[in-house]
Design a protein around this ligand. Structure first.
Ligand code: PLP
Length: 366
């Protein structure tokens, strides 16, 4: 018998999330962000469900090679551009569009020999101070690119630090508009949070990631249900043991949970080596047989414990949903589990362990 844990990737949910987002930004073209192996979902697994996007945005050449090998002929954007000059050869060979955020990338382009000029997305550091040219340097970078025979089209791009929070995007948007005002070229600004919360950022292209996968970009202010999103990844396992505790009995390493009364607990085949967060403390929500209950005590490498009080039918073999959709249809948003562990849905998706078998579901394939 294989260990009962597995992850299910719901491709219908992914298609639906894409169309929900498209309806929110009807005039923009869509980059579907598939970096980090499609946020842990598996690039090759999800690519068909993303056919409705206009392009795929990703991190590096290995991911770009994979999407081309999977038959993706539409645009592909390297979100951080070339990491070294010879990456440009692969950009030419694979027809990749690439971000330019640094002078060294322009130097490399100026020396690059290519038949086909490249399309580039010039990145402005409008205030996040991660990647991009400072506002006072942006226009000279644009002029340098404009003069190169290796470049045919220059688009404008920036990234927001606080699209999901109170600080918002206005200050960065103002910088972007000011710096790029009279420059020709398409514009691309919005991640998921900006697309949903700040429609004024939608421009020619949007580039959502997390919302496609069914996690709310501004949880806990808004849930995935608020935005009309469905979970794409579900992590499911089963109870492999049931214990009966008396008042004073403890659970797990460090005895951090002490029973106040007699109770039943279940032991689930899922631990931190599967990607479940070890920092999820007692009380983290979990679905047992589709019914919401809580974890108890510390998560160990291969197991965790759940409260079966009021869950009398639950026994060895009962399905446990760690996040996502139970087979009964109940949903436990990944954002709630992430919050209980002091992290975000992004991290949990990306950290799904290689040892967890993954299957895809799609009822309504076109
Ligand atoms: C430059 C850039 N654009 C777009 C995205 C997508 O962001 P999100 O997943 O929050 O929609 C990311 C993700 O971190 C990013 O780094």
């Amino acid at each position: 018998m294989p260990r009962p844990i597995h992850a299910l990737i719901d491709l219908d949910a992914l298609r639906q999330n894409l169309s929900v987002l498209r309806r929110r930004a009807p005039h923009a073209r869509f980059w579907a962000v598939v970096k980090a192996n499609a946020y842990g979902h598996g690039i090759e697994r999800v690519i068909e469900a993303l056919r409705g996007a206009d392009g795929l945005a990703l991190l590096d050449l290995s991911e770009a090679e994979r999407v081309r090998a999977a038959g993706w002929r539409a645009p592909v954007l390297l979100l951080e551009g070339a990491f070294e000059p010879r990456d440009l050869e692969a950009c030419s060979r694979l027809g990749l569009w690439h971000t330019v955020h640094h002078d060294l990338q322009i130097d490399a382009l100026s020396k690059h020999k290519t038949q086909e000029p490249h399309r580039v997305f010039l990145k402005l550091n409008s205030g996040m101070n991660r990647l991009g040219f400072a506002p006072h340097r942006y226009r000279s970078a644009w002029a340098r690119l404009q003069a190169l025979s290796q470049v045919d089209e220059i688009s404008h791009m920036t990234h927001f630090s606080d699209a999901d929070g109170a600080r918002g995007v206005a200050h960065q948007l103002e910088v972007f508009d000011e710096v790029t005002r009279d420059l020709p070229g398409e514009r691309c600004l919005a991640n998921s949070a900006a697309l949903l919360r700040h429609p004024e950022t939608q421009a020619d292209w949007v580039r959502p990631g997390i919302a496609l996968y069914g996690s709310s970009p501004d949880f806990p202010e808004h849930s995935m249900a608020h935005w009309g999103l469905q979970p794409v990844m579900s992590l499911r396992s089963q109870l492999i043991a049931v214990q009966t505790l008396q008042a004073g009995d403890v659970v797990g390493y460090g005895s951090t949970f002490v029973a106040e009364r007699s109770m039943r607990i279940g032991v689930v085949a899922c631990g931190y080596a599967d990607g479940y967060p070890r920092h999820a403390s007692t009380g983290t929500p979990v679905l047992v047989g589709g019914v919401r209950t809580r974890t108890l005590g510390r998560v160990s490498m291969d197991m965790l414990a759940v409260d079966l009080s009021d869950l009398s039918p639950a026994d060895v073999g009962t399905e446990v949903t760690l996040w996502g959709r139970a087979s009964t249809g109940e949903v436990l948003p990944i954002d709630e589990v992430a919050r209980a562990a002091g992290t975000i849905g992004y991290e949990l998706m990306c950290a799904l362990s290689a040892r967890v078998p993954v299957a895809t579901t799609q009822a309504a394939q076109a």
